[in-house]
Design a protein around this ligand. Sequence first.
Ligand code: ASP
Length: 578
Amino acid sequence: MERTCRNTELSIANVGQVVTLVGWVSRKRNLGSILFIDLRDRSGIIQIYVKEGMEIPDVRSEYVISVTGEVAKRKEPNPKMKTGDIEIIASKIELINTAKTTPLLIQDDTDALEEVRLKYRYLDLRRPCMQRFFDIRDQIKIITHNYLHSLGFCEIETPMLCASSPEGAKEYLVPSRLHHGSFYALPQSPQMFKQLLMIGGFERYYQIARCFRDEDLRADRQPDFTQIDIETSFLDQQQFLTMMEELIRRYFKEIVNYDVKLPLRQMTYKEAMERFGSDKPDTRFGFELKNLKETFANSSFEAYKTAESVRGITVNGVANETSRKVIDELTLEAKKFGLGGLGVIKKENGEFSGSIVKFLSDAEKADLNKIFDLKDNDIVIIAAGKDNRVTPLLGALRLKYGKKLGLIKPNTYDLLWVVDFPMFERDVETNSIVATHHPFTRPRDEDLKYMDEDPTKMLSYAYDIVINGYEAGGGTLRIYDQNVQKKIFNILGLSDQDVQDKFGYFVNALQYGTPPHAGMAFGLDRMTMILGGTENIRDVIAFPKNLAGVCPMSGAPNKVTRQQVEDLGIKFMDEEGK
Ligand code: ASP
């Protein structure tokens, strides 16, 4: 039986035509002697009308059938369906395949547990909302290909089996069968390869690149994920950002018909941290952080007077619901950020209350009133301690309240560049110096002078594209001077020998006429989440892992045979670790 078209290609214009459709039985309704079947194919659903007395095979949900019949105008149109004006009056129905009863309902609205959805992913993927996510994902790729090719970019694949290169996160290792004791690493990103392609003279490269990071998983992280990876030569930062903005504009226009105003706003990292407590600020609502260092400079409250940093936020209209329990929860949050606690002040009937109020002078209270423009029923949350704990804590609380109070309107988009990131930061746990982006980031020319004396003062040519509080992508201008590159590695604690051992091929390449180059990577998964309106990265990856890093469908990672492992020159340790 040859299919003549897809379900939703038909409309009122086709009334009277005889067509043959194929698909899955989405729903069957027996209305006495007549029968309605909702037939679903990739394009959508159409209603099939089976007349009284017609002989048809036994059809049930998710059976695969073909239907031949005439397109007819419906007596009662259904405005909610794309094909709601018409139906097919069946003249022949053939059974192509049967189906077991599915463990989840194939419809947008599902109460199936995510674990079940992942185990039967192929059924979950049949749901129309899931198909839409993958259409968006596909559209992003097509727009990327078209736009970048129009600018002379060349798509080039880089290896999956790479040399290990400590870029930040932990790597996945693949043992070599031919060289026992040696390992390939899966790429965290094609960073060095794309830079080598610039040295290789390509000038404009991109790749829809698979990347792997062995990190703890969260709602917006997966161990294998996809980047739209881009690198260019001979552009300065603004030229590069302008080029990328047009790509972003096209994503929004073509996929959700939203007009992004260009040029995009740029905010320094410093401002983002000070005002929003985050390097990926969601600026769609207030509750901005305020610096209270001066307010408490001479305070009799020692904890605030002596703290490296004292900052606060106000949340409007919640004093009456800020119970002891809520304050305990906030305190718990502070502990997660490594702080002893926080101060919560309520303003009710013109009066302050809360456990720290007794320590505050009238001048300090007046200051708080002024800084936060406090009204009755507002609260102030104050945190004190190390600034790299205080600021992110308040940023997180601000976001939590913004979401809880519904201050973020759905389907609104907030896009900005965050720029001028520090070159290095101190690891909160170990206090050691780490690269904020990666070690190939170029320090700002005017900050090179701090390289020897205090490298943590250096800012870099780095930029992140932040959309609705997500880091949707990021990149940097690159170091193209081998001596600067070596020094940066040294600052990160690598000796010249380490640099030769780990990055020798790369620093050697830098000596052969390296052009100034710049690039970035967009998270394809994140971009799809933003445009598709989901907060769950697993919704936009066809076969994802769960939060334990396991694929509930295939069982990966799974046990392999002893022989397979021995071939790789690897021995299992026994229980004593021998
Ligand atoms: N490789 C970087 C990353 O994965 C992006 C870039 O600098 O191009 O975040």
